[in-house]
Write a protein that binds this ligand. Structure first.
Ligand code: F1P
Length: 347
């Protein structure tokens, strides 16, 4: 809650309750296209941003992992802005991608947690996350603060290009300012999430499903579990299940479903039912309204606070991070220093 609050405080003007990013040497509302490039967890933050910026600012967004982007040498649009997201600001692939985009005439934005980093120094505009030191290798509060900054960026682009009304901006700002309190509320579910974690700690494979803004959170939940507990996990867009992954489901496979009661809820529920019908052990994350709708269809549930659609990915990240944490602690793996991982991948 604290770092999300700190990050919001630096971008929201408390008097006007509007979002104010640092001055930029170009008008972001004039961007013809946005290209977002990042690695790992930061890439998933980019996927959330694509959804926000396309939906609320009407601007087309391409998102790619830096390790592919840099070798593909893609053409870059005239009048385009390229955004690089990196907790450390030193990730080699992301830096190489930045230099490529710059050589192709893109304006360079970055979101980093370390303002002295190389990526920050080589950017035209730096938006800082206020995650504080990330002690553990796996990104956690870096991710939620990246999302917080990206939410502010999406609103700013929408306002500047005329896609987002002042009323809609006010609604989003109030949803964002609720977040620290709501995150604190979820932390009170610690014991319940620990018990769920103990139940899945023996699994060989775990699936995460989500739709819309929940899809990147499914990917991130699976990555966090892999990184710190070494359990094989995959995140899928829930609607993709029937195109292959459903063959994996049996009673030994826990399926974590991210399902705020938004306009995609019913479709997510029908995917959950398909999984449950094949014996999958469904853990369903939703708000009171969503949980009432599904009755006892899931093996287990976590009740989330009701949240505005826009802010849901930030909130739903917390239980999936907690779940991974408790599985790792239960298995006795080193949560802060997982095997084979480095805090910043500089080669
Ligand atoms: C990217 C990243 C992290 C991951 C691990 C290795 O780092 O893939 O997402 O958790 O720490 O590096 P960064 O570019 O965001 O610093």
């Amino acid at each position: 809650p604290a770092v999300i609050g700190d990050t919001l405080h630096s971008f929201i003007n408390p008097a006007t309750r509007s979002i104010k990013l640092p001055d930029m040497p170009f008008n972001i509302g004039d961007a013809t296209r946005l290209t977002i490039v990042a690695c790992g967890t930061s890439f998933y933050a980019g996927l959330v941003a694509k959804h926000w910026i396309e939906r609320y600012a009407g601007l087309g967004v391409d998102v790619d992992v830096a390790s592919e982007f840099r070798y593909r040498c893609p053409p870059m649009p005239k009048g385009g802005i390229a955004l690089f997201i990196s907790q450390s600001g030193e990730t080699a692939d992301t830096l190489a991608a930045l230099r490529y985009a710059k050589s192709k005439g893109q304006k360079i934005l970055s979101i980093v947690n370390v303002p002295e980093s190389t990526i920050a120094r080589e950017s035209d505009v730096v938006l800082q996350t206020y995650a504080g030191p990330e002690i553990g290798v796996a990104s956690t509060k870096a991710f939620t603060t990246q999302l917080t900054v990206l939410a502010c960026l999406a609103v700013t682009i929408g306002r500047e290009n005329g896609s987002l009304s002042a009323k809609d901006e006010a609604g989003i700002v109030s949803a964002l300012t609720e977040l620290p309190k709501q995150v604190a509320e979820i932390l009170h579910h610690d014991e319940e999430i620990r018990n769920l974690a103990i139940n899945i700690a023996d699994a060989r494979d775990v699936l995460y499903l989500g739709r819309g803004l929940g899809y990147p959170i499914a990917l991130e939940g699976a990555l966090k579990l892999k990184e710190i507990s070494y359990i094989h996990a995959e995140g899928y867009a829930a609607g993709e299940m029937k195109h292959g992954p459903i063959a994996l489901i049996d009673p030994l496979v826990p399926i974590i479903v991210i399902a705020p009661s938004d306009d995609l809820f019913e479709k997510t529920v029908s995917n959950m039912q398909e999984a449950a019908a094949r014996g999958g052990r469904v853990i369903f994350l939703s708000d009171a309204k969503g949980l009432e709708t599904i009755g006892d269809m899931a093996s287990a549930t976590v009740e989330m606070p009701a949240v505005a659609d826009f802010a849901s990915p930030i909130l739903y990240t917390i239980p999936v991070q907690m779940l991974a944490y408790h599985v790792a602690v239960h298995k006795g793996t080193d949560v802060d220093q997982p095997r084979n991982l480095a805090k910043s991948v500089t080669v």
